[in-house]
Design a binder for this molecule. Sequence first.
Ligand SMILES: *[C@@H]1O[C@H](CO)[C@@H](O)[C@H](O)[C@H]1NC(C)=O
Ligand SMILES: *[C@@H]1O[C@H](CO)[C@@H](O)[C@H](O)[C@H]1NC(C)=O
Length: 363
Amino acid sequence: MARSGALIILGVLAMALAAGGAEGARAFFVFGDSLVDNGNNNYLATTARADTPPYGIDYPTRRPTGRFSNGYNIPDFISQELGSESTLPYLSPQLTGQRLLVGANFASAGIGILNDTGIQFANIIRIYRQLDYFEEYQRRVTALIGAARTKQLVNGALVLITLGGNDFVNNYYLVPFSARSRQFALPDYVKYVIAEYKKILRRLYGIGARRVLVTGTGPLGCVPAELAQRSRNGECSAELQRAASLFNPQLVQMLNVLNREVGSQVFIGVNTQRMQNDFISNPRAFGFVTSKVACCGQGPYNGIGLCTTASNLCPNRDVYAFWDPFHPSERANKMIVQQIMSGSRRYMHPMNLSTILALDSST
Ligand SMILES: *[C@@H]1O[C@H](CO)[C@@H](O)[C@H](O)[C@H]1NC(C)=O
Ligand SMILES: *[C@@H]1O[C@H](CO)[C@@H](O)[C@H](O)[C@H]1NC(C)=O
């Protein structure tokens, strides 16, 4: 009995060593838009960037990094939960050698599910290009540690993908009578976007992803930028809220279909709409003085234009749910990741990240 117990423990240890190896924690890969970009756009000729103050004012270096946050963003807090350093942007020249084994962040502010989303930002890394880079990454790692260990690293990794918001705010609703809004009624547009997202997730699976956190959109109509442009009395924009409430449930259904197709719980739905709605409906319960006014910006709700050195800047970023007109503050990001870790099924479908980490370490 004692002997077989010891053997089991040895077996588990051997498997943990094989999976993590000398590299330690499991690798982490990030795809998507500005909610998760940690600096790729710094290397591109685009207007979608966060590399000037006051971005990064609460980051450990107190300097801008390209994250659309006053400090850390969602991927940073997930890396902390994995016990890893933050992943580097894929375009960073520092991403070489052993650092490749931590993972990589391929995200690029401004992009969407559709190729025509964010065209006004010129050179950004559209999602298919991010996936091409992931394949290139795997070739680079193969040269370093060989094909078998690379496959293990990729299959054993955690993946985060955040897409969809820009397909509404920077496409369908970007201007009145946009090309997409003339082409599709909103419910048909949502169906189209979801069908295109399914192709992207299939490809991600095809190139090795086996545990993928897929976030829905936040409450699009309630962000300070939309309150400034569309709201009379501070109520959320009904039209954008309608978009989010059509998109998010269909996303979960689509993930269910994909999971059945691949025969395993690969895709995990993260209900960011519900997580952020909690702050928005009762900011004080979460220690925020407001969820309507951005910390950094100008005009009504500090929701007009960009956050720059000339903007209003709040003294205490921790009491604002929104850092800039579109993006959560560092503290809101931290609370979102706490829900990703331990939220109930209302927030995490079909299970939370702590359950996933426990499951994956025991198989
Ligand atoms: C978007 O671009 C990719 C790569 O360039 C292409 O494979 C894909 O078919 C395009 N999607 C649509 C809907 O045109
Ligand atoms: C989520 O995580 C917590 C542990 O932090 C666990 O107790 C709980 O049962 C989990 N919930 C679900 C729905 O998996």
